[in-house]
Structure formats: structure tokens, C-alpha cells
Design a protein around this ligand. Structure first.
Ligand SMILES: Nc1ncnc2c1ncn2[C@@H]1O[C@H](COP(=O)(O)OP(=O)(O)O)[C@@H](O)[C@H]1O
Ligand code: SF4
Ligand SMILES: [Mg+2]
Length: 330
């Protein structure tokens, strides 16, 4: 068996916001890793702690947020213990970033080509003419037509899909080992989403890059990711290879997410939305975060936080009712 090296391994990460009665436990002891050439999907409803987990590793939390514990191993370094200067060196060079609403994140006053060249120039990886040639090649690879001309365009002169492709080109420019893509296509129409995602997938596979794809869309994650980690209330509920998620999801929350998907073989089947809402966690958990919405909840679920345990090959689940990867009652 070949052991593939982890590009990044997060262990026991916890992040909080605010103080005293205003405190929010946004991320609670989460652990996961992403390997070279692997796509890991980080899936969960809005507010489940997906973005905060990544921002914490990049040193980009807003001021009222803080890392209270954990490690984020990247090569021989722990990202959570690096000074801002060292993190600035890593961001954009070793870790590429495509964040939510990127098309609006591109600087509207700077030409697209200059923004793609920026990581190469900022990290002194290439001279200006080399960086320009590289940027145009990347734009072509991203499927942006007339790249040499579009190099001089301002973001508003491109369509949403083309702006997103340009943003991805900027994220890949320095050939990072890891790409963090946070809802990279959410703002786009479905057909454009599929096109942009397949360009991104192809480009990352070619480079053997590790990718963390943050999305609220389980179907999208299942389509492009090798493994999926499901978050709820800032905790990991289930991590498994995508095939396991599709054929034998074990956690009641994962099952509920799956039931809420449109079945392509039966598009008229009524969807089963998950009852209740995911509220922010404002006090230390004493039980399962999903307990108020879980159809399988029992007494113990209110008083004991379920621990993530290995249930099968590469299959981790946090649920009192799951044994050997099987939900009690199946
Ligand atoms: N700037 C902030 N101030 C206070 N709380 C925040 C802030 N950003 C995020 N949070 C808290 O962290 C939780 C997780 O947020 P986030 O990681 O952005 O969710 P998502 O899974 O949608 O990306 C939110 O539910 C919220 O309670
Ligand atoms: S631990 Fe209990 S409440 Fe939580 S998902 Fe499992 S059965 Fe449901
Ligand atoms: Mg988010």
C-alpha cells in the first residue's frame, strides 16, 4: 500500500468568537487532513464552521475570533503558531485561495492580468515578462478566450464565470501545494458552475495539488471530491471516501443531507428538508449538536458529546447510535 503524504493535517482545532455571554464556539476540536492530489470536501449548512476553519489556518480570522487550541501541520510547520510575516509568505505562494464571492473580491481597479501576475511578483518567483507570459498561459488553461487581450481587461469587463476563472488563475499562479476553495462557484449559474468546476478540477489534477473544497452542496462535493468531511455545529459528524458517502452514509445528519438532494432518477420525488435550524453554539456542548433535529436521538445524546470514532476503512463517525459503520435500527 502506498502511503500518500498529507499536505495539511488539522488536529483538534477550536475557534471561538466574542467574550462571556456573547461567546460563540464556532469550531470545536475538529481534525482532518488533505493529501497530495486529493480533493477533500468540507460540507455543511451555513454557519457550521467551514470558512472559519480555513481562515484560522491562514491567520485571517476577524479580530474578535481566536484559535483556542489545535495544530495545523503544513510540511514541518504548524500554521497556527506562525507569525503574520511567515503566514503572508505562505499565502498565495504555498497555499492558493479562492474564496466565496471571489468575483467581487478581485480588485475592480486593477487589470485582470496584473492580479494574476501578483503572486509571482509579490513572492519574487518570476520577472515581470516571465510572469506576464505565465499569466496569459494560465488564462488560456482556464478557458478564457483571447487571453492576451483579456489580460488588459478590468474585472467588470468580464462575465461572472470569466472573472471566476481569472480568480482561479491568480490562485494557481505560484503553483501552490494546497488550494483552499471556499464556495468557489456559488454565485454562478448552474451550467457555468459545472464548467468552472471542471476547469478547476483538471488544472489541480494536472498539478497533483491537494484541494479543500468548502461547499454547502453535498451533491457538488460528491461529484468532484475524493473524500468528504461533514461539519455540524463546528464539529465533524462524518468523514469518509465519497463512495462510502454515496452508498452507505452512517450519520443521521449526513443521511438527512442526502435525503434533501434531488434524485436524478426521480426528480419529482418530494424533497425532505431537514426540520429545525442550525443555531450558533453559544455554550459548551453537553451532548450531540444535532440532537434537537435528529430523528434517531435518545437519552444519552442529550448528556454525552459523541466522539469521532473509526467505523470502517477510512470512515469516521461521531454518533452514539453508529456501530461498525451501521446506524442502529437499520
Ligand atoms: N465575524 C464573526 N463574528 C462573530 N461570529 C462569527 C463571525 N464569523 C463567523 N462567526 C461564527 O462562526 C460560525 C461559523 O461561521 P463560518 O465558518 O463562516 O460558517 P460557514 O460554515 O457558513 O462557512 C458562525 O455560525 C458564527 O456563529
Ligand atoms: S449522537 Fe444521537 S442525536 Fe447525535 S446524531 Fe447520533 S443519534 Fe442523533
Ligand atoms: Mg462560509
Amino acid at each position: 500500500m502506498t502511503i500518500i503524504e498529507a499536505v495539511m493535517a488539522i488536529e483538534d482545532l477550536a475557534v471561538e468568537f466574542g467574550q462571556h455571554s456573547q461567546r460563540v464556539y464556532a469550531v470545536n476540536q475538529i481534525s482532518f487532513s488533505v493529501h497530495k492530489g486529493e480533493w477533500l470536501g468540507l460540507v455543511g449548512e451555513s454557519g457550521s464552521g467551514k470558512s472559519v476553519s480555513l481562515l484560522a489556518c491562514l491567520g485571517l480570522l476577524p479580530k474578535i475570533g481566536r484559535v483556542v487550541s489545535g495544530r495545523a501541520r503544513f510540511g514541518d510547520r504548524d500554521l497556527l503558531r506562525l507569525q503574520e510575516r511567515a503566514l503572508r509568505e505562505l499565502r498565495g505562494r504555498d497555499i492558493g485561495m479562492v474564496f466565496q464571492g471571489l468575483s467581487t473580491a478581485l480588485n475592480p481597479y486593477v487589470r485582470v492580468g496584473a492580479q494574476i501576475m501578483e503572486p509571482l511578483l509579490e513572492h519574487r518567483l518570476a520577472s515581470k515578462p516571465t510572469a506576464k507570459a505565465h499569466a496569459i498561459r494560465l488564462m488560456e488553461e482556464m478557458g478564457i478566450p483571447d487571453s492576451a487581450q483579456r489580460f488588459n481587461s478590468y474585472p467588470f469587463e468580464l462575465s461572472g464565470g470569466m472573472r471566476q476563472r481569472a480568480g482561479i488563475a491568480a490562485a494557481l499562479a505560484a503553483e501552490p501545494a494546497l488550494l483552499m476553495a471556499d464556495e468557489p462557484t456559488t454565485a454562478l449559474d448552474t451550467t457555468v458552475q459545472v464548467q468552472v468546476l471542471s476547469v478547476l478540477q483538471e488544472a489541480c489534477r494536472r498539478r497533483g495539488m491537494g484541494v479543500i473544497l468548502v461547499t454547502h452542496d453535498l451533491a457538488m462535493a460528491a461529484h468532484v471530491c475524493d473524500r468528504i468531511a461533514v461539519l455540524y455545529g463546528g464539529r465533524i459528524m462524518e468523514i469518509a471516501p465519497t463512495a462510502t458517502f454515496v452508498s452507505a452514509p452512517a450519520h443521521p445528519y449526513t443521511r438527512a443531507l442526502q435525503a434533501a438532494l434531488i434524485d436524478p432518477s426521480d426528480p419529482w420525488r418530494p424533497l425532505a428538508p431537514i426540520a429545525g435550524v442550525a443555531a450558533p453554539i453559544t455554550s459548551k456542548l453537553t451532548g450531540c449538536p444535532f440532537v434537537t433535529r435528529c430523528p434517531s436521538a435518545m437519552g444519552r445524546c442529550h448528556t454525552e458529546v459523541p466522539i469521532v470514532t473509526l467505523q470502517g476503512p477510512d470512515h469516521l463517525v461521531a454518533c452514539h447510535r453508529v456501530q461498525g459503520g451501521i446506524l442502529d435500527g437499520d
